[in-house]
Design a protein around this ligand. Structure first.
Ligand SMILES: C[S@@+](CC[C@H](N)C(=O)[O-])C[C@H]1O[C@@H](n2cnc3c(N)ncnc32)[C@H](O)[C@@H]1O
Length: 410
């Protein structure tokens, strides 16, 4: 927010009461980032007349007049704009293109704000070389795999095995009744629902970018009669939730799927209140184990790590959590690991988790990578051996998980 960073940033205090969990109470803000040739609009832009937008219009005009090539108009966090505001944007773009015939303008929208892309598409007719790009159509490498509903059975069976551990672990990381909780990258929403049921929170907001998972989450929550969770569409690396809002912010098994986990952690930190805690869990899949046939099992899970890496994901992230949290500025880091095993309950539940992994990792991801038949057969065998170990009367099967939490400084 400083001049030396070549950033002009001003804030208008237009009041904006929004009932939804996202972006409540936002004003309107803009800034120009000269390094990236990016003009950013955020919040609620609902002026009564264009005079109220004069500082923004002036900054936009000045920026557009002096730059070459493409100007990026980032409206990823523009929650609302009225007719007057939209007309002013249209006028500014038209003048900028007229005065600077070399200029191209690329408007960056998001699917998270339902009206945004459709409305901004209209500005393409204002001048030549105006383009609209919805940034979150393909914004991380593993998105295609994760947003496919084939992941739903994995998430369902996993929680069945992990919750009995997490229920006891969460209070050690500071979770108490009456807290305001955010579960970011909530998947099918079962963790948020279980937290809501067990820990009597004041509020739970659960965010994910996969529309299929969110639809599933809302359906399951309604069936279970869980009312206190608000499931919201969003990008964890660019949340529409305000700063310092939550007492406890969770992100389960998800930093490991995003190619830039530090961006998500930064957002978890931002929405956590000072003194509140950020809680994450992640895996190190190559440490999955089983007896008998330990070697075959270990080979396949080492290959799982390589396969995930191919799709831009890091399923070995668990033990890196402490460093990531410290680098984000969190303090009082608490970290522990737990082993989900076939002895935790019904061994068939463990076998079901492994079968769900097999179906996505072997049948979907390895096939998509173009692996040979020989590789696929050996890869599959490790999962079958893990299932056999889980169901064997004298067998043992394990899946290790790392949990870490840190406090946002007061
Ligand atoms: C492995 S799943 C874990 C889901 C859930 N937390 C659980 O433990 O069952 C990872 C989730 O992260 C979501 N995700 C990944 N990157 C995201 C992003 N940038 N914004 C929002 N959700 C994201 C995916 O859609 C997916 O639901």
């Amino acid at each position: 927010m400083t001049e030396p960073e070549k950033t002009i940033r001003r804030r208008h205090e237009q009041t904006a009461a929004r009932p939804s969990g996202q972006g409540a109470g936002r004003g309107f803000a803009f800034h120009y980032d000269e390094n990236n040739q990016e003009f950013v609009l955020a919040g609620v832009m609902t002026p009564q007349d264009t005079a109220a937008l004069a500082p923004m219009s002036e900054a936009f005009g000045a920026a557009a007049a002096r730059l070459r090539g493409t100007m990026f108009l980032n409206v990823k966090k523009l929650l609302r704009v009225n007719v007057c505001g939209f007309r002013e944007l249209s006028r500014l773009i038209s003048i900028a293109c007229e005065n600077n015939p070399e200029l191209a303008i690329r408007i960056i929208t998001t699917s998270v704000i339902a009206w945004s892309s459709r409305r901004f598409e209209r500005l393409k007719s204002v001048a030549p070389r105006v383009e609209v790009e919805q940034y979150d159509d393909a914004f991380y490498p593993g998105q295609g795999v994760l947003e496919d509903t084939s992941f739903v059975p994995i998430l369902r069976t996993q929680t069945k095995m992990t919750w009995r551990h997490e229920r006891d672990i969460l209070p050690r990381h500071g979770l108490k009744p009456k807290m305001r909780i955010a579960d970011i990258c909530c998947g099918i929403g079962d963790f948020a629902a279980l937290v809501a049921r067990t820990f009597d929170p004041a509020e739970v907001v659960a965010v994910d970018h996969a529309q299929g998972s969110l639809a599933y989450a809302r359906k399951v929550a309604a069936e279970l009669g869980v009312r206190r969770v608000e499931y919201v569409h969003g990008d964890a690396a660019s949340l529409l939730l305000e700063d310092d809002r939550f007492d406890f912010v969770t992100c389960r098994h998800s930093l490991q799927v995003f190619d830039r986990p530090e961006l998500i952690l930064k957002e978890l930190f931002r929405i956590c209140r000072p003194g509140g805690r950020v809680y994450i869990s992640n895996e190190k899949n190559s440490h999955c184990l089983g007896e008998p046939r330990a070697d075959s099992i270990q080979w396949s899970y080492t290959e799982v790590a390589r396969l995930w890496e191919h799709f831009g994901m890091d399923i070995e992230l668990g033990p890196k959590s402490r460093r990531l949290m410290m680098d984000t500025g969190l303090e009082d880091i608490r970290m522990e690991s737990f082993m989900v095993t076939n002895l935790d309950g019904d061994p068939q539940d463990f076998a079901d988790v492994v079968a769900a992994w097999e179906s996505v990792y072997v049948d979907r991801m390895a096939v998509e990578r173009g692996d040979s038949e020989e590789f696929i057969a050996r890869f599959r065998k490790g999962f079958h051996d893990h299932i056999s170990a889980a169901l064997h009367p004298k067998g043992y099967a394990g899946w290790p998980i790392w949990v870490a939490s840190g406090q946002k400084p007061l």
